[in-house]
Design a protein around this ligand. Structure first.
Ligand code: ATP
Ligand code: ZN
Length: 283
């Protein structure tokens, strides 16, 4: 049986549980427990702080885990990144008080930079030939410049709103991150087979994200025109209707092009267009 570590609470907790639920894995109300047994898949769920997940997986306390790439890169534990999970996107950036004049990376020579990611920043500065004082602080990194603790910060940015409200500006984006599935590099054959089943389910869920299932009625004479507009997995499905001269067309299309495509379909005579949510997509 596989043991998966997920964040106990915080930004990745809900979406990790949602991904498991979409994969048919139900995890009971567990907020107060450290470990629970899932239903629908032979899996044990271990709730940890995200910082501890890479080490737990490297040590084999958990076989696999869901955590941000930022934590994986910071901790440098021996874990294998199995797949990206399409949520928890953010970047780690260097930011300075907005009134500072910034020209290039040389600005950082001999400066004091506060961060919770000293390892990632240390590697970046070393690569760029920058010598700076890196102050490791946990939490509220963004206030360090205003209280005189640092000249700049290196912190997670997603929208940039927190930076602006602290009078800071982003000057270098250093590391891009999303939530990933990580695994212990020495899993048994049996556990690898279970992991395979899990990643198969995750992939079909991620694949279906942003996709809609569309069906509509159409005059048979317009099939070619509709096929040109609709991609589908191989090509759209065409089914006859009881009424002569009409058919029903089914297809899977991306949300990004949904509305313009519907407009064009209506123009060529489509009627009774239904747009349905898509849960899984197996290519
Ligand atoms: P823990 O108590 O588990 O240590 P934390 O406070 O370190 O939690 P969160 O703020 O919950 O962590 O963030 C967890 C992860 O979510 C981050 O490591 C990062 O990968 C991702 N993330 C995505 N967007 C953001 C954001 N705007 N700020 C912080 N983290 C983000
Ligand atoms: Zn953390």
């Amino acid at each position: 049986m596989l043991k998966i570590a997920i964040q106990a609470k915080g930004r990745l907790n809900e979406q990790s549980l949602e991904l498991l639920a979409d994969a048919g894995i139900r995890v009971g109300d567990s907020k107060r427990k450290l470990i629970t047994r899932a239903k629908g898949f032979d899996l044990e769920v271990l709730y940890l702080r995200d910082d501890d997940i890479p080490q737990a997986v490297a040590m084999g306390v958990a076989d696999i885990g869901i955590v941000g790439q930022n934590e994986v890169a910071e901790k440098s534990e021996d874990v294998r990144e199995v797949m990206g999970l399409g949520f928890g996107a953010c970047r780690i950036s260097l930011a300075l008080p907005k009134e500072e004049e910034y020209t290039d990376i040389e600005w950082f020579q001999n400066k004091r930079v506060a961060t919770s990611y000293p390892a990632i920043l240390g590697r970046f500065f070393q690569e760029k030939g920058i010598y700076a004082h890196i102050h490791r602080i946990e939490g509220s990194v963004e206030i360090a410049p205003s209280i005189g603790m640092a000249d700049a910060i290196f912190d997670i940015v997603s929208s940039g709103a927190t930076l602006i409200s602290n009078g800071l500006k982003e000057v270098e984006s250093v590391f891009e991150s999303e939530a990933v599935l990580i695994a212990n590099p020495k899993l048994s054959e049996e556990k690898l087979a279970e992991l395979d089943e899990l990643t198969f389910r995750f992939e079909s869920i991620i694949e279906s994200e942003g996709m809609k299932y569309v069906l509509m009625n159409l005059p048979v004479s317009q099939i070619d025109a509709a096929v040109a507009l609709l991609p589908g997995m191989r090509s759209p499905t065409v089914l006859p209707l009881a009424q002569e001269g009409w058919c029903s067309i089914h297809s899977v299309i991306s949300e990004d092009v949904l509305w313009p495509t519907i407009r064009q379909l209506k123009k060529i005579g489509a009627e009774g267009i239904l747009v349905l949510a898509l849960e899984n997509m197996i290519r």
